[in-house]
Ligand binder design. Structure first.
Ligand SMILES: [Zn+2]
Length: 385
């Protein structure tokens, strides 16, 4: 399943604007990516978001750096009597950190099998881990961690191996896979969506595409946010997932300038429409189903594929609309059009209006109502949105 970290609300985190969507349909706040939150106040929720966005993209890197730093400090404390802290305190800190590392790995429960059997199998840790599992008669790394039988040094070597393997994987992704994929995407999008090359480049400019270490997330869904696309390294189909998010990245926008408020005179620009979804000021944008269905439809066209397991119910509804007489190209146009209400020469949402007019013709003046009925029905029957 492709899930989204799609724009809804602006939050300022570490000087950067990040956008996230939370599921407004659920009674409890819930990240659409499937991560539940226990936050009860907006401040707590923001803290969780901050953590989510600031998570290191390689598991263990911070631990290893801190351990290295503490060992340096320990060496100095042992060599001199002028140290601020004594060696025992530093040793206890090292032990606490090693313990935290073990617990943190245990929290990545669902990923441990892969970590153990795939990532580390051909590394120097491999034979040592096999020895351990033979000794304790289990090939379950969770058991070994729980019973604290993996020596801390081995655990650290495992992390070093993980980091270097991920870096190797990431390098291949950034240097080989991504450039090919991007070139193919641009070439096909230009032809299939009839977007001029310069326009495509402009819409994709500044877009950062990250590969995400599987140990830092429980989610294998790709996500698209403000100038950021995150692709989990264990995504079922990396090309497909990246391409889907790239379609989101080139969608048309309606940009509005916010009215200045009393203590903030700057007029921020907000995206009130992205593709076919409308950020209407409520917690959950309108017509996410239509936008996702269309995104995946365009993605399939760009990839030259007939079908995918993604957004099937949404695409089925769209196909049904085409069968009932809605021209497919009207939805292309509505998805891709930019609209700037500040510009007096800009015509207001021509493609969208044309599409709704066609739907009004088919559904006796109830075009918008019909789209909302589909949305309501999908929200009650599907957990995809
Ligand atoms: Zn999507």
């Amino acid at each position: 399943m492709i899930t989204e970290l799609d724009p809804k609300t602006n939050y300022h985190l570490s000087g950067e604007t990040k956008k996230i969507i939370i599921d407004g349909v659920a009674e409890e706040p819930k990240f659409i990516s499937g991560k539940n939150t226990s936050a009860e106040t907006p401040t707590d929720l923001l803290a969780e978001f901050a953590q989510m966005f600031n998570q290191p993209n390689i598991f263990g890197k911070n631990y290893l750096n801190s351990l290295k730093r503490l060992r340096e400090e320990l060496k100095q404390a042992s060599n001199t009597y002028q140290s601020d802290r004594n060696a025992d305190t530093i040793l206890r800190e090292i032990e606490a950190l090693q313990q935290e590392l073990r617990e943190s790995l245990l929290n990545r429960r669902t990923r441990l099998f892969y970590f153990f059997s795939k990532r580390l199998e051909s590394t120097v840790c491999g034979p040592q881990l096999i020895n351990l599992s033979q000794k304790y008669k289990t090939d379950n790394i969770e058991e070994l961690l729980k019973h604290n039988v993996i020596p801390p040094e081995l655990l650290e070597t495992m992390l070093e191996e993980h980091i270097s393997k991920f870096q190797e994987r990431n390098r291949f992704f950034q240097e080989q896979e991504l450039p090919t994929l991007l070139a193919h995407f641009k070439e096909r999008a230009e032809r299939e969506l009839r977007l001029p090359k310069e326009e495509l480049e402009q819409r994709l400019s500044g877009m950062k595409i990250n590969l995400i270490d599987y140990l830092t997330t429980d989610d294998d869904g790709a996500s698209y946010g403000e100038n950021i696309i995150n692709i989990p390294e264990l995504a079922a189909d990396i090309e497909h997932a990246t391409s889907h998010e790239l379609v989101h990245a080139i969608h048309g926008l309606t940009l509005r300038k916010k009215k200045p408020v009393a203590n903030d005179k700057t007029r921020k620009t907000v995206k009130t429409r992205e593709g076919l979804r409308f950020n209407n000021g409520r917690l959950y944008p309108l017509f996410v189903w239509l936008d996702e269905g269309k995104t995946e439809e365009l993605n399939l066209r760009i990839l030259g594929k007939k079908d995918s397991p993604y957004y099937k119910p949404e695409r089925k509804e769209l196909e049904h609309l085409y069968e009932q007489g809605l021209p497919r190209e009207y939805t292309d146009e509505a998805y891709l059009e930019n609209y700037n209400p500040e510009d007096p020469t800009d015509k207001s949402l021509v493609g969208w209006r044309k599409m709704i007019k066609a739907l009004d013709g088919i559904f006796s003046g109830r075009g918008i109502r019909h789209l909302r009925d589909i949305e309501d029905q999908l929200l009650t029957t599907s957990d995809v949105i």
